[in-house]
Design a protein. Structure first.
Length: 276
């Protein structure tokens, strides 16, 4: 399951990269042709400029544009969050299945996949849900990048100390992008009932990767990242609050332990009554 998911992820990213690599770098205008240039990049450009003209500048236009995109993605994110929480609760059962079929022979692997799929189906979990926001946001980020780079007004626009078509000279935005990525990852991981070395490492690896990538991106793209990841932090606190989830999980565990103790006590009493 994990291998198939990884292959599909790489295939999707690879296909998208090849498709976008073929896109032109010429200035985008109302005369631009093609689905990508005329209907996506040009309309992104016009919409950001309209927001900028009505909301206090190009930086504010990008910030408001980012918030609009994140609000539009909220239903998908809500679905992803629900699926993720269900998957986290299934972690002990998934671990038990993996232990049951720990041998690497073909028959065991097939049975493990069958039982895993059955468990996901019974719980109403879609293991692919976490990929959807990533797949959707990749073309949005590239369309934003092209809209800025191929529109002179946006490429030469300024915001605070930034020239939007160039990197941040003071590294403030890359640091903020990394910081909000870390907070978002940490909050998401904090609600997990079990954590392994890989998930813990990813909490630190992703912010570092984002920081170094942001060093080479234009300030406009990094600004999009900062606002998007800050929105993600707030969204996680609202939809996947780890502190609330922990309290509820601990309450359930206490209730289950109390019920077990009560049952064991009742059994001992019944046993004592029989002996008398």
């Amino acid at each position: 399951m994990k291998k198939v998911k990884s292959v599909l992820s790489l295939a999707a990213i690879g296909s998208l990269t090849l498709f976008l690599a073929a896109c032109s770098n010429k200035p985008v205008t109302s005369h631009s042709t093609g689905l990508w240039d005329h209907y996506i990049v040009y309309n992104f450009s016009r919409f950001i400029i309209w927001l900028s003209n009505n909301c206090g500048g190009y930086g504010m236009g990008i910030i408001i544009f980012t918030i609009i995109i994140r609000v539009l993605l909220l239903p998908l994110m809500f679905y992803q969050t629900k699926s993720m929480l269900k998957t986290q609760e299934l972690a002990p059962k998934l671990k038990a299945i993996q232990k049951k079929y720990s041998s690497r022979d073909r028959e065991s692997m097939v049975k493990m996949q069958e039982e895993t799929s059955k468990l996901y189906k019974e719980a109403g979990v879609n293991p692919w849900a976490s990929m959807l926001p990533m797949i959707i946001q990749l073309p949005i980020m590239w369309a934003l990048y092209q809209a800025i780079w191929r529109t002179p007004e946006l490429r030469h626009g300024t915001f605070l100390w930034l020239q939007l078509g160039h990197t941040d000279p003071y590294y403030i935005l890359p640091i903020l992008a990394a910081l909000f990525t870390f907070l978002s990852s940490w909050l998401s991981m904090a609600s997990m009932p079990e954590r392994n070395a890989m998930t813990s490492a990813m909490t630190w690896f992703m912010p570092i990767m984002v920081f170094f990538m942001a060093l080479g991106f234009s300030s406009a793209i990094t600004l999009y990242w900062v606002v998007s990841n800050a929105f993600q932090v707030v969204q996680t606190l609202l939809l996947q609050n780890p502190f609330k989830i922990r309290r509820e999980r601990e309450a359930k565990e206490k209730q289950a332990k109390a019920k077990k103790r009560k049952l064991e006590k009742a059994k001992r009493r019944a046993y004592s009554s029989r002996r008398k």
